[in-house]
Design a protein around this ligand. Structure first.
Ligand SMILES: NC(=O)c1ccc[n+]([C@@H]2O[C@H](COP(=O)([O-])OP(=O)(O)OC[C@H]3O[C@@H](n4cnc5c(N)ncnc54)[C@H](OP(=O)(O)O)[C@@H]3O)[C@@H](O)[C@H]2O)c1
Length: 204
Protein backbone atom coordinates (compact mmCIF):
# COMPACT_ATOMS: atom_id res chain seq x y z
CA UNK A 1 0.00 0.00 0.00
CA UNK A 2 1.27 3.46 -0.89
CA UNK A 3 -0.01 6.37 1.17
CA UNK A 4 -0.01 9.96 -0.04
CA UNK A 5 -0.30 12.75 2.50
CA UNK A 6 -1.49 16.01 0.96
CA UNK A 7 -0.46 19.04 3.02
CA UNK A 8 2.58 19.27 5.25
CA UNK A 9 1.17 21.24 8.14
CA UNK A 10 0.96 20.10 11.75
CA UNK A 11 -1.13 17.01 11.00
CA UNK A 12 0.50 16.01 7.72
CA UNK A 13 4.02 16.22 9.14
CA UNK A 14 3.05 14.49 12.36
CA UNK A 15 1.37 11.59 10.58
CA UNK A 16 4.29 11.28 8.16
CA UNK A 17 6.72 11.03 11.08
CA UNK A 18 4.67 8.26 12.66
CA UNK A 19 4.42 6.35 9.35
CA UNK A 20 8.07 6.74 8.36
CA UNK A 21 9.52 3.37 7.36
CA UNK A 22 6.21 1.57 8.00
CA UNK A 23 4.53 2.11 4.64
CA UNK A 24 5.45 3.54 1.25
CA UNK A 25 4.92 7.27 1.66
CA UNK A 26 4.52 10.13 -0.82
CA UNK A 27 4.19 13.71 0.34
CA UNK A 28 1.89 15.80 -1.83
CA UNK A 29 3.07 19.40 -1.57
CA UNK A 30 2.73 22.78 -3.22
CA UNK A 31 6.50 23.47 -3.05
CA UNK A 32 8.77 20.44 -3.58
CA UNK A 33 11.98 22.29 -2.74
CA UNK A 34 10.64 23.44 0.61
CA UNK A 35 9.58 19.89 1.51
CA UNK A 36 12.75 18.08 0.37
CA UNK A 37 14.64 18.07 3.69
CA UNK A 38 11.62 16.95 5.68
CA UNK A 39 10.86 14.21 3.12
CA UNK A 40 14.34 12.73 3.67
CA UNK A 41 13.72 12.48 7.41
CA UNK A 42 10.57 10.39 6.83
CA UNK A 43 11.97 8.37 3.89
CA UNK A 44 9.25 9.71 1.60
CA UNK A 45 9.04 10.82 -2.00
CA UNK A 46 7.78 14.32 -2.80
CA UNK A 47 5.32 15.10 -5.59
CA UNK A 48 2.66 17.53 -6.69
CA UNK A 49 -0.82 16.78 -5.31
CA UNK A 50 -1.80 15.41 -8.74
CA UNK A 51 1.21 13.06 -9.04
CA UNK A 52 1.02 11.95 -5.41
CA UNK A 53 -2.62 10.96 -5.86
CA UNK A 54 -1.85 9.07 -9.08
CA UNK A 55 0.75 6.89 -7.29
CA UNK A 56 -1.21 6.28 -4.08
CA UNK A 57 -3.69 3.71 -2.84
CA UNK A 58 -4.57 5.82 0.21
CA UNK A 59 -4.76 9.61 0.03
CA UNK A 60 -4.80 11.53 3.33
CA UNK A 61 -6.25 15.04 3.03
CA UNK A 62 -4.22 16.83 5.72
CA UNK A 63 -5.73 20.13 4.64
CA UNK A 64 -8.13 22.71 6.04
CA UNK A 65 -11.74 21.79 5.26
CA UNK A 66 -12.22 24.29 2.42
CA UNK A 67 -9.04 23.07 0.72
CA UNK A 68 -10.06 19.45 1.25
CA UNK A 69 -13.27 20.28 -0.64
CA UNK A 70 -11.18 21.78 -3.45
CA UNK A 71 -8.99 18.66 -3.51
CA UNK A 72 -12.06 16.42 -3.64
CA UNK A 73 -13.47 18.49 -6.50
CA UNK A 74 -10.32 18.69 -8.62
CA UNK A 75 -8.00 15.70 -7.99
CA UNK A 76 -8.34 12.28 -9.67
CA UNK A 77 -9.47 10.43 -6.54
CA UNK A 78 -11.74 7.81 -8.15
CA UNK A 79 -10.93 4.35 -6.79
CA UNK A 80 -8.70 5.72 -4.01
CA UNK A 81 -9.17 5.39 -0.28
CA UNK A 82 -9.46 9.03 0.83
CA UNK A 83 -8.90 9.87 4.49
CA UNK A 84 -10.72 12.96 5.71
CA UNK A 85 -9.29 14.28 8.99
CA UNK A 86 -10.88 17.71 8.84
CA UNK A 87 -12.79 19.50 11.54
CA UNK A 88 -15.16 21.89 9.74
CA UNK A 89 -14.76 24.87 12.06
CA UNK A 90 -16.15 28.37 11.93
CA UNK A 91 -13.40 30.89 11.16
CA UNK A 92 -13.28 32.02 14.82
CA UNK A 93 -13.19 28.39 16.11
CA UNK A 94 -16.35 29.06 18.14
CA UNK A 95 -18.17 26.07 16.68
CA UNK A 96 -18.73 23.97 13.60
CA UNK A 97 -19.72 25.28 10.18
CA UNK A 98 -21.94 22.27 9.49
CA UNK A 99 -23.30 19.20 11.19
CA UNK A 100 -26.10 16.85 12.27
CA UNK A 101 -27.70 16.40 8.83
CA UNK A 102 -24.37 16.09 7.00
CA UNK A 103 -20.65 16.14 7.78
CA UNK A 104 -17.37 17.29 6.26
CA UNK A 105 -16.64 13.69 5.28
CA UNK A 106 -19.96 13.32 3.46
CA UNK A 107 -19.53 16.67 1.68
CA UNK A 108 -16.05 15.57 0.55
CA UNK A 109 -17.47 12.22 -0.60
CA UNK A 110 -20.13 14.01 -2.70
CA UNK A 111 -17.37 15.84 -4.61
CA UNK A 112 -14.80 13.02 -4.82
CA UNK A 113 -16.69 10.90 -7.32
CA UNK A 114 -15.77 7.22 -7.07
CA UNK A 115 -13.49 7.67 -4.05
CA UNK A 116 -13.87 5.59 -0.89
CA UNK A 117 -13.94 8.30 1.75
CA UNK A 118 -13.11 7.38 5.34
CA UNK A 119 -13.26 9.71 8.34
CA UNK A 120 -10.30 9.33 10.70
CA UNK A 121 -7.81 11.24 12.92
CA UNK A 122 -9.97 14.36 13.44
CA UNK A 123 -10.08 13.86 17.23
CA UNK A 124 -6.29 13.51 17.55
CA UNK A 125 -4.38 16.72 18.26
CA UNK A 126 -1.24 17.03 16.13
CA UNK A 127 0.87 17.26 19.28
CA UNK A 128 0.18 13.59 20.00
CA UNK A 129 2.17 12.48 16.95
CA UNK A 130 5.32 13.69 18.70
CA UNK A 131 4.70 11.50 21.75
CA UNK A 132 6.21 8.03 22.14
CA UNK A 133 4.00 5.38 20.53
CA UNK A 134 3.61 3.74 23.96
CA UNK A 135 1.68 6.85 25.07
CA UNK A 136 -0.77 6.82 22.14
CA UNK A 137 -1.42 3.18 21.32
CA UNK A 138 -4.63 3.27 23.39
CA UNK A 139 -5.72 6.64 21.98
CA UNK A 140 -8.74 6.10 19.73
CA UNK A 141 -8.90 7.07 16.10
CA UNK A 142 -12.62 7.05 15.35
CA UNK A 143 -13.11 5.61 11.86
CA UNK A 144 -16.21 5.82 9.67
CA UNK A 145 -16.72 4.72 6.08
CA UNK A 146 -19.09 2.91 3.77
CA UNK A 147 -16.52 0.66 2.06
CA UNK A 148 -15.34 -2.18 4.30
CA UNK A 149 -12.03 -2.68 2.47
CA UNK A 150 -11.28 1.03 2.74
CA UNK A 151 -12.15 1.07 6.45
CA UNK A 152 -9.84 -1.91 7.01
CA UNK A 153 -7.02 -0.15 5.16
CA UNK A 154 -7.44 2.95 7.33
CA UNK A 155 -7.60 0.82 10.49
CA UNK A 156 -4.26 -0.72 9.44
CA UNK A 157 -2.84 2.76 8.77
CA UNK A 158 -4.05 3.86 12.21
CA UNK A 159 -2.17 0.98 13.87
CA UNK A 160 0.95 1.69 11.82
CA UNK A 161 0.72 5.28 13.07
CA UNK A 162 0.60 4.05 16.68
CA UNK A 163 -3.07 4.59 17.55
CA UNK A 164 -6.10 2.40 18.30
CA UNK A 165 -8.71 2.07 15.53
CA UNK A 166 -12.27 2.54 16.82
CA UNK A 167 -14.74 1.56 14.09
CA UNK A 168 -17.92 3.62 14.13
CA UNK A 169 -19.86 2.26 11.13
CA UNK A 170 -20.81 4.00 7.89
CA UNK A 171 -19.69 7.42 6.73
CA UNK A 172 -22.78 9.03 8.27
CA UNK A 173 -21.10 8.38 11.65
CA UNK A 174 -18.84 11.33 10.74
CA UNK A 175 -21.83 13.49 11.85
CA UNK A 176 -21.12 12.20 15.34
CA UNK A 177 -17.32 12.00 15.20
CA UNK A 178 -16.85 15.59 14.01
CA UNK A 179 -18.61 17.07 17.06
CA UNK A 180 -16.30 14.94 19.23
CA UNK A 181 -13.42 16.70 17.49
CA UNK A 182 -15.04 20.04 18.36
CA UNK A 183 -15.47 18.92 21.99
CA UNK A 184 -11.78 18.01 22.06
CA UNK A 185 -10.92 21.50 20.80
CA UNK A 186 -13.19 23.08 23.43
CA UNK A 187 -11.59 21.05 26.22
CA UNK A 188 -8.06 21.55 24.91
CA UNK A 189 -8.19 25.26 24.08
CA UNK A 190 -11.39 26.77 25.50
CA UNK A 191 -11.18 25.04 28.87
CA UNK A 192 -7.42 24.97 29.14
CA UNK A 193 -6.65 21.26 29.20
CA UNK A 194 -4.04 21.72 26.49
CA UNK A 195 -3.25 19.70 23.39
CA UNK A 196 -2.07 16.50 25.09
CA UNK A 197 -5.64 15.25 25.63
CA UNK A 198 -7.72 12.87 23.53
CA UNK A 199 -11.14 11.20 23.67
CA UNK A 200 -11.26 7.42 24.05
CA UNK A 201 -14.13 4.94 24.31
CA UNK A 202 -13.77 2.42 27.13
CA UNK A 203 -15.66 -0.63 28.27
CA UNK A 204 -16.35 -0.51 32.01
N1 LIG B 1 -3.89 20.60 14.20
C1 LIG B 1 -4.57 19.68 14.85
O1 LIG B 1 -4.27 19.39 16.05
C2 LIG B 1 -5.70 18.97 14.18
C3 LIG B 1 -6.31 17.91 14.86
C4 LIG B 1 -7.32 17.18 14.23
C5 LIG B 1 -7.71 17.53 12.95
N2 LIG B 1 -7.12 18.59 12.33
C6 LIG B 1 -7.56 18.89 10.95
O2 LIG B 1 -6.50 18.48 10.10
C7 LIG B 1 -6.44 19.36 8.96
C8 LIG B 1 -5.02 19.92 8.86
O3 LIG B 1 -4.76 20.65 10.04
P1 LIG B 1 -3.30 21.24 10.34
O4 LIG B 1 -3.33 21.70 11.74
O5 LIG B 1 -2.26 20.31 9.89
O6 LIG B 1 -3.31 22.51 9.38
P2 LIG B 1 -2.07 23.42 8.94
O7 LIG B 1 -0.94 23.21 9.89
O8 LIG B 1 -2.62 24.77 8.70
O9 LIG B 1 -1.64 22.74 7.54
C9 LIG B 1 -2.46 22.74 6.45
C10 LIG B 1 -1.59 22.51 5.22
O10 LIG B 1 -2.43 22.67 4.08
C11 LIG B 1 -1.58 22.95 2.98
N3 LIG B 1 -2.14 23.98 2.12
C12 LIG B 1 -2.42 23.82 0.80
N4 LIG B 1 -2.91 24.92 0.28
C13 LIG B 1 -2.94 25.85 1.27
C14 LIG B 1 -3.36 27.20 1.34
N5 LIG B 1 -3.87 27.83 0.27
N6 LIG B 1 -3.25 27.83 2.53
C15 LIG B 1 -2.79 27.19 3.61
N7 LIG B 1 -2.40 25.90 3.61
C16 LIG B 1 -2.46 25.24 2.44
C17 LIG B 1 -0.25 23.41 3.53
O11 LIG B 1 0.68 22.39 3.26
P3 LIG B 1 1.90 22.64 2.22
O12 LIG B 1 2.58 23.86 2.70
O13 LIG B 1 2.72 21.40 2.31
O14 LIG B 1 1.25 22.81 0.90
C18 LIG B 1 -0.49 23.51 5.02
O15 LIG B 1 0.67 23.21 5.74
C19 LIG B 1 -7.50 20.44 9.19
O16 LIG B 1 -8.64 20.12 8.45
C20 LIG B 1 -7.81 20.37 10.68
O17 LIG B 1 -9.15 20.71 10.98
C21 LIG B 1 -6.13 19.32 12.90
Amino acid sequence: MTTAILGLGNMGKGLAQRLAGKTDLILGVRDSAAAADFAKTVKADVASYQDAVAKADIVVLALPYDLALDAARTLPLAGKVVVDMTNPLKPDYSGMSLGFTTSAAEEIAKLATGAKVVKAFNTVFAALFAKPVADTKKVAVFIAGDDETAVNAVADLTEQAGFLPERCGGLDAARLIEPVGMLNIRLGFGLGKGVNVAPVWIAV
